[in-house]
Design a protein around this ligand. Structure first.
Ligand SMILES: NC(=O)c1ccc[n+]([C@@H]2O[C@H](COP(=O)([O-])OP(=O)(O)OC[C@H]3O[C@@H](n4cnc5c(N)ncnc54)[C@H](OP(=O)(O)O)[C@@H]3O)[C@@H](O)[C@H]2O)c1
Length: 305
């Protein structure tokens, strides 16, 4: 099968190569999915799991990409809950070969059915950003209606999901980002927008929940804005600044079939919009990932039409 592989961590996306790889075999509780569309988060090339297995042994050449949509073509021993021919989408294991390929072997529990009226391209754009937003807001942040949320990077892949889900849950949403992102963040449902390069973040006063996708100084300054009992949820490294009387949670997104189902239902009924930027083919994917233009929204690789 055709796949994109990486062998050199220092090379980043410039080290990606289109290669011929053996088709994966289904292990216990796996399914094989013929991939129709794949999502890739550029920072995954810095994650140890892209390069080593769970025992920290080199696993290169590895296939990056962890989001997928496609059709089940085979079931492993003992696999239940999904069937051959079923449309699915989901989040592939961090330590196994991923989804920038024609086929992937993946545990069935990492997938959810993809309804027939949802495009494969849309399906592949949802797992990481949708699940991260869902888990950060509702599991780690325990968001309640009437609370206020500072949604950093609100025009980005995760931030646009955070903005929409928080708003739907009855929160007051303050989005942040670059000056050029103001309208996009407001269109996704932010009540108010802070341009981090030109506005003063502290002018917003206190918030109940900070959803941080930026880290560093912005994270520290944001922690200072959290009201007593509030939460700092971050997905970009240890939450250095622990808000007084609050809770800081640094987490990595997990696959969850029930949550994927909730998310795709919201896409179907119009409550949630995806944030897709470029759509490329597998042959053009490496050029797309190495583009010097500013990326806005998720880059999706259409593997099969
Ligand atoms: N732990 C987890 O489970 C998990 C899950 C998903 C994502 N992540 C991480 O979360 C981060 C965000 O992911 P994403 O897919 O949402 O990325 P994205 O689509 O690039 O969104 C990030 C947004 O924040 C903006 N931004 C970043 N730094 C900024 C700054 N200093 N001032 C103003 N705006 C700034 C970006 O603008 P520019 O593009 O102009 O910088 C972009 O619009 C990445 O580091 C990713 O690896 C972690």
């Amino acid at each position: 099968m055709k796949a994109i592989v990486v062998t050199d961590q220092a090379a980043g996306t410039a080290g990606m190569k289109l290669a011929e790889r053996p088709e994966p075999q289904a292990a216990i509780n796996d399914v094989i999915v013929q991939i129709h569309a794949s999502g890739f988060v550029p920072t995954e090339l810095t994650w140890p799991s892209t390069w080593t297995d769970r025992r920290d042994r080199d696993r290169t050449p590895s296939i990056p990409g962890h989001e997928l949509s496609g059709v089940v073509t085979a079931l492993g021993y003992g696999t239940t809950g999904l069937s051959v021919g079923q449309r699915v989408f989901g989040l592939a294991d961090w330590h196994r070969d991923g989804t920038l390929a024609e086929y992937v072997a993946i545990e069935a529990r990492n997938l959810a059915p993809l309804p027939g009226d949802v495009d494969f391209t849309v399906g592949a754009s949802l797992p990481i950003s949708g699940l991260t937003a869902w888990q950060g807001l509702f599991e780690h942040g325990r968001l309640q209606a009437g609370q206020s949320v500072l949604a950093h990077g609100a025009a980005g892949a995760v931030g646009s999901m955070v903005t929409q889900l928080a708003r739907e849950a009855g929160a007051y949403v303050i989005g942040t980002g670059r000056a050029a992102d103001r309208q996009k963040a407001l269109d996704f449902g932010a009540h108010q927008f802070v341009d981090l390069d030109n506005d003063v973040l502290e002018d917003i006063g206190g918030v109940d929940l900070v959803f941080d996708v930026i880290g560093g100084e912005i994270q520290k300054r944001s922690a200072g804005l959290i009201r007593a009992g509030g939460t700092l949820v971050t997905i970009v490294g240890p939450a250095e600044a622990r808000p007084v009387d609050g809770l800081a949670v640094d987490f990595v997104v997990e696959a969850d079939r029930a949550q994927l189902t909730e998310i795709v239902q919201r896409v179907r009924d119009g409550r949630l919009r995806t944030n897709i930027g470029d759509v490329s083919t597998l042959d053009d994917a490496i050029a797309a990932f190495n583009s010097t233009e500013r990326r806005t929204g998720k880059t999706i690789i259409s593997i099969r039409s």
